[in-house]
Design a protein around this ligand. Structure first.
Ligand code: HEC
Length: 396
């Protein structure tokens, strides 16, 4: 039952810190607006009390609050476990045993729990080869990797081994095989895609409060201080935007449509070279924000759990696409189908998919003339396949 882990201690080379040069980003940066609205995602009420962590993927949502942890499938409450009442971090990660996902929550004492699809919690800290009460945060850098922050180390599990890096870091973010975090005046980035092994980069940024990844173009590491946003280019953090004097940046969250930036009662979306300021005025401060692979953003820590998203132009079918398909696109298709990608076919937006329903059915379900994604890239999980089928069948 319990996998036998190889625990490898990875030596962290003492890299010289790279400074923050005063170069300007090469591309033109624009500001604009984005029309936001609260997203109704649930048919049953949230009964987990004050929510402090949330993790979602496709039509699954795991809510962790001071009255327990609840599992929702397609908006319906399946079950609540009231045995643990405080939470620090949550993430959807690759399952250890099967090609599937696990919904994990970490409590303030450092225990890792898996929220089963029945709504029941199960302690899994030991399944990662880790000591009880040692974990602070969890994130999935890719569909094969799980990263867990410990007090002075980062543990990365790839399904067959757990690698320990002697790095003190918090505020974990992960995407497309990369992990970012920060400590003191340093941003740390680990790239797991290199054939020669994980490449660790340290970037100095005094006053860093958050890091995130922008997945909407070529994967970009974004960092924030309370008054500016930075992007990493060639090992240097370049200032992208400075906030007006009265505005304080309070958080970042990676999502399927870019990086959400929380600034008091204001939410903005950074995507590529654009920073779009939300037209929705929030009634309370944003508190902690958590990104969703659907592109939406969760506001947690307040009296009510709020999910906010961009107003859709094409209604319910586009909403279903964002929830069910976009996370899968980011995982399996973005490598070739972003605008300007290697296939020369942009499939990153809803209209591109809506115009290709039949083609998608052929390539993803019937696998003809050849499967998509190409075999060597991977395959859809059962949950992803079901979401694609639901979306294809729900055509107007
Ligand atoms: C390794 C690169 C690669 C990945 C990853 C990939 N594709 Fe493709 N895709 C291509 C190439 C190249 C073509 C054009 C040749 C062809 O049709 O086979 C293509 C064509 C397509 C087409 C036909 C589009 C048209 O208008 O003719 C569809 C649909 C498609 N891909 C869907 C997907 C989906 C969905 C995913 C992710 C689940 C995906 N692809 C992942 C490379 C890729």
């Amino acid at each position: 039952m319990k996998p036998l882990w190889t625990i490898a201690l990875c030596l962290v080379p003492a890299l010289a810190s790279v400074g923050c040069a005063h170069r300007e980003p090469s591309s033109v940066f624009e500001e604009g607006t984005i029309e936001l609205r609260p997203v109704t995602w649930n048919t049953d009420p949230v009964t987990a009390g004050k929510v402090t962590a949330v993790a979602d993927s496709q039509d699954e949502v795991a809510i962790f609050g001071n009255q327990g942890a609840s599992y929702f499938a397609e908006g319906a409450l399946v079950g609540t476990d009231t045995s643990v009442l405080s939470w620090r971090s949550a993430a959807v990660v690759p399952a250890i045993d099967l090609p599937d996902n696990w919904l994990l929550g970490v409590d303030p004492f450092g225990q890792v729990y898996r929220l089963r699809r029945s709504g029941v919690l199960e302690v899994v800290t030991a399944q990662y080869g880790l000591l009880p009460n040692s974990v602070r945060e969890v994130v999935a850098p890719s569909s094969k990797l799980t990263a867990l922050a410990l007090k002075d180390q980062i543990a990365v599990c790839d399904g067959s081994a757990v690698h320990l890096y002697d790095l003190r870091a918090r505020g974990l973010a992960g995407a497309a095989g990369r992990l970012a975090a920060f400590d003191g005046a340093e941003v740390i980035q680990i790239d797991f895609n290199k054939p020669e092994g994980a490449a660790i980069q340290r970037l100095s940024l005094s006053g860093v409060i958050a890091v995130a990844f922008d997945v909407t173009g070529e994967l970009a590491l974004i960092a924030a201080t309370k008054d500016a946003l930075y992007v990493e280019r060639d090992g240097v953090l370049l200032k992208l935007w400075e906030s007006p004097a009265e505005v304080r940046i309070t958080g970042l969250a990676s999502s399927g449509r870019g990086v959400w930036v929380a600034m008091g009662k204001q939410l903005s979306l950074l995507a590529g070279t654009r920073l779009l300021h939300g037209t929705i005025g929030l009634t309370t401060d944003t508190g902690k924000i958590v990104g969703s692979p659907s592109g939406d953003v969760w506001i947690v820590g307040g009296s009510q759990l709020v999910r906010i998203g961009e107003r859709t132009s094409f209604g319910i079918d586009e909403e279903r696409w964002r929830r069910g398909i976009l996370p899968m696109f980011q995982r399996l298709c973005r490598g070739c189908h972003l605008p300007g990608g290697s296939s020369n076919i942009d499939l990153s937006t809803y209209p591109q998919w809506a115009a290709r329903r039949e083609l998608m059915k052929q390539r993803l379900i019937e696998m003809r003339p050849t499967p998509m994604p190409p075999r060597e890239v991977g395959t859809l999980t059962a949950t992803e396949l079901a979401a694609v089928q639901r979306w294809l069948q729900s055509a107007r």
